[in-house]
Ligand binder design. Structure first.
Ligand code: ZN
Length: 564
C-alpha cells in the first residue's frame, strides 16, 4: 500500500459500458429486494474501479505534467468522463423507478435519492447543445485570463505571478501595480462582458427549456441544495450585513492605523502588516515533521490519519518543475486513500494546505467505510466546514510553525476570514440580480455590482481606477463565470467553522467529538442535516451569526495589533 505501487490500467469505456449496462438491466429487472440490493452494490464497485483509475491518472499527471504516458491518460479521461456521467444519470433514473426503493433507502438513507432526483432535474437531452455552449463560454473566459500579460517596470507577468508585486512594501509600487492589473481587465473588459452576457442568456434559455422561471432555482439544484432556497440565503446575507460588515470595517480601520495610512485604498487591502505577513520558520521537511507532531497530539484519529498519509506517500506538497499549479485534495476510492496535492512556496499558505486540505482529507478518510461513492463527499457548503474548522482545531499548535509570530498569524487568520464574508455574500447577491434580470444589459450589470459593493464593502476606496469605478471588479471572479451560485458556500461553511472555533476554546473534548461525528457522516446527509449532526446552529437561523460574532469580536478586540 503505497501510492507509487497503486496499479494503473486504463478502463476501456466500451468494456465498462457493456458491463455497466448489463448490471443496470439486472438491477431494473430484479425480482426481489435482495437481488436489487446485490446488483446495486455491484454497480457501485464497478463505478469505483473506473473512478479509481481516473484519480490515479489525474494525480500522476498533475505531479508531472511532462510525463507523456499520464498526459495521454488524462486526455483520454477528458473525452470519456461525459459518457461516464451519462451512464450515472441512467443509473439515477433506474434508482428512482425501482420498486425496491424502500429496502435501499433503509440501508442507505434518503440522501442518495435526493441526489438522484436533483441530478435528473438539471439535465435533459434537449439542452445538450446549450450546455456545450455554456462550457465553451466558461473556457473562453479562463483562456482569456490565462493569456493575461501584465507589463510592469520592464518585466512581463501572468496574473498569479503578479500577486507578490501587488502587495509590495512600497505603497507607490502597490498603486502602480493596481493600475497595471486593472488596465489589463479594462482592456479585456468588452470581451469578458460579452462572454458573460452570452453565458447568462444561455443559462436562462436552459432554465426556460427545462420549465424553470429563470436560472436561480436550476442553479440551486445543480449545487444539490435540498434544504434551503434563495429566500433563506437572502435573509442570511442580511445577517452578514448587520453583524459582520461593521466588524470588517473596524478591521480595515485598524489596518489603516497599523500601516499609518489615513486613506486606505483598494491596493492596500491585501497588505496587512508593514512588517510583512507571518511565514513558517523552516523548510518543507521541517513543516511536515511538525505537522506529524501536531496531528499525533491533536487526537488519536488525526494521528492515525496523518501517519497513513505519510507512510503511503499520499501527499505531494512541494513545488517542483513540471508540476501543475494550485492545490487540491482528492479520494482514490479503490485504495480508500485521500490524496493531497500542493505547491509549497514559503508563505503561510503552506500551513493552510496542512490544515485546510488535510481537513478535507481527514473527512474522506473518516468516512471511508461508508460504502457509497455519492457519500464520499458532502455538498460543497458542508465540505468546507471540515476544512475550515480543521484550520481552527489546529490553532494550539501554530506556535510550532510560526514561533514568535504565532499571535500575529492567528490575528491575521481570523480577521482574514471575517473580511472575506462581506465580499463572499456580495458575489452571491450580484448573481441573484444577474439571473433574475437576464436581459438587463451590460451597463446595468456593472451598476448593480457597484451598488452591492457599496452596501457590503462600505470601507472600499477604488482609488479612482476607472474600471473599478464603473463597477467592473466582479469580472475577476472565476466562480461567477464557471460555477454559478457556488461562492456563498465558502461563507456558509465559515460561519459553521466559527462556531467550532468557539466550542473548541470552551470545551475541546465535546467540540472534537462533534467534529468527528460530522466527518464520519461524510456526504450521507444534506447540509442542514449535517449541521445538526455536528451540533451546530444553522447559519440561516436568526441569532446564529450575531451570537458567534460576540466571542470573535472580543478576541480580536483583545489583541494589540499595533505591535504587528
Ligand atoms: Zn476547501
Amino acid at each position: 500500500m503505497n501510492f507509487n505501487n497503486f496499479e494503473y490500467k486504463r478502463p476501456v469505456l466500451e468494456t465498462f459500458e457493456k458491463s455497466f449496462m448489463t448490471l443496470l438491466g439486472d438491477f431494473s429487472s430484479a425480482g426481489n429486494a435482495a437481488e436489487a440490493t446485490e446488483k446495486f452494490s455491484q454497480i457501485g464497485k464497478l463505478r469505483s474501479t473506473f473512478m479509481t483509475m481516473y484519480n490515479i491518472a489525474h494525480v500522476r499527471h498533475t505531479i508531472n505534467t511532462t510525463d507523456k504516458f499520464y498526459e495521454k491518460e488524462q486526455a483520454y479521461f477528458d473525452v470519456t468522463l461525459p459518457s461516464y456521467q451519462d451512464l450515472v444519470t441512467q443509473f439515477y433514473k433506474a434508482l428512482l423507478q425501482t420498486p425496491y426503493r424502500a429496502a435501499l433507502e433503509e440501508k442507505w438513507g434518503s440522501q442518495l435519492f435526493v441526489i438522484a432526483e436533483l441530478s435528473l432535474k438539471v439535465f435533459t437531452s434537449k439542452v445538450l447543445e446549450d450546455l456545450k455552449k455554456e462550457n465553451k463560454l466558461s473556457s473562453d473566459y479562463v483562456k482569456l485570463k490565462a493569456a493575461a500579460e501584465i507589463e510592469f517596470k520592464g518585466k512581463k507577468y501572468n496574473l498569479s505571478a503578479f500577486l507578490p508585486v501587488e502587495t509590495d512594501d512600497d505603497r507607490t509600487i502597490r498603486k502602480e501595480a493596481a493600475h497595471a492589473k486593472w488596465d489589463f481587465y479594462a482592456k479585456e473588459s468588452e470581451k469578458m462582458e460579452l462572454i458573460f452576457d452570452e453565458l447568462v442568456k444561455t443559462r436562462h434559455e436552459i432554465a426556460k427549456t427545462m420549465g424553470y422561471k429563470n436560472f436561480v432555482e436550476l442553479g440551486y439544484n445543480r449545487m444539490i441544495r435540498s434544504d434551503y432556497n434563495a429566500e433563506k440565503v437572502a435573509y442570511y446575507r442580511a445577517q452578514i450585513l448587520e453583524h459582520i460588515v461593521p466588524v470588517a470595517t473596524d478591521l480595515y480601520n485598524r489596518q489603516s492605523n497599523r500601516l499609518g495610512i489615513s486613506d486606505l485604498k483598494i491596493y492596500d487591502e491585501n497588505y496587512s502588516f508593514a512588517s510583512g505577513n507571518p511565514k513558517p520558520k523552516g523548510d518543507p521537511q521541517w513543516i511536515i515533521n511538525h505537522a506529524k507532531t501536531m496531528y499525533e497530539s491533536l487526537s488519536a484519529e488525526t494521528g492515525t490519519f496523518f501517519n497513513f498519509m505519510l507512510d503511503n506517500n499520499l501527499m505531494d506538497l512541494v513545488n517542483k518543475e513540471g508540476k501543475a499549479t494550485g492545490g487540491y485534495c482528492t479520494y482514490i476510492s479503490g485504495y480508500k486513500s485521500p490524496y493531497i496535492f500542493s505547491n509549497f512556496n514559503g508563505t503561510s499558505g503552506d500551513i493552510d494546505v496542512l490544515t485546510h486540505e488535510a481537513g478535507h482529507a481527514f473527512q474522506v478518510f473518516s468516512s471511508k467505510e461508508i460504502g457509497l461513492s455519492e457519500y464520499n463527499w458532502p455538498t460543497y457548503e458542508a465540505a468546507e466546514i471540515h476544512s475550515m474548522s480543521m484550520e481552527f482545531f489546529t490553532w494550539p499548535w501554530m506556535n510550532l510553525f510560526f514561533e514568535e509570530d504565532v499571535e500575529k498569524y492567528k490575528f491575521s487568520h481570523l480577521s482574514g476570514a471575517i473580511k472575506f464574508l462581506p465580499y463572499g455574500v456580495a458575489v452571491d447577491e450580484f448573481q441573484h440580480f444577474v439571473y433574475e434580470n437576464p436581459d438587463c444589459g451590460i451597463e446595468k450589470r456593472n451598476l448593480a455590482w457597484k451598488e452591492i459593493e457599496k452596501k457590503y464593502l462600505p470601507h472600499r476606496d477604488n482609488a479612482g481606477i476607472p474600471f473599478l469605478e464603473k463597477g467592473g471588479l466582479w469580472q475577476r471572479q472565476n466562480h461567477i463565470f464557471s460555477s454559478p451560485f457556488y461562492y456563498i458556500d465558502y461563507t456558509l461553511a465559515q460561519v459553521c467553522a466559527f462556531q467550532f472555533w468557539k466550542k473548541d476554546k470552551d470545551d475541546h473534548k465535546s467540540a472534537w467529538a462533534d467534529y468527528l461525528r460530522l466527518c464520519k457522516a461524510g456526504g450521507s446527509a444534506s447540509f442542514l442535516s449535517l449541521v445538526k449532526i455536528a451540533n451546530l446552529d444553522s447559519p440561516f437561523e436568526p441569532g446564529t451569526i450575531e451570537e458567534v460574532m460576540k466571542p470573535i469580536k472580543s478576541y480580536l478586540d483583545g489583541v494589540d495589533d499595533s505591535k504587528f
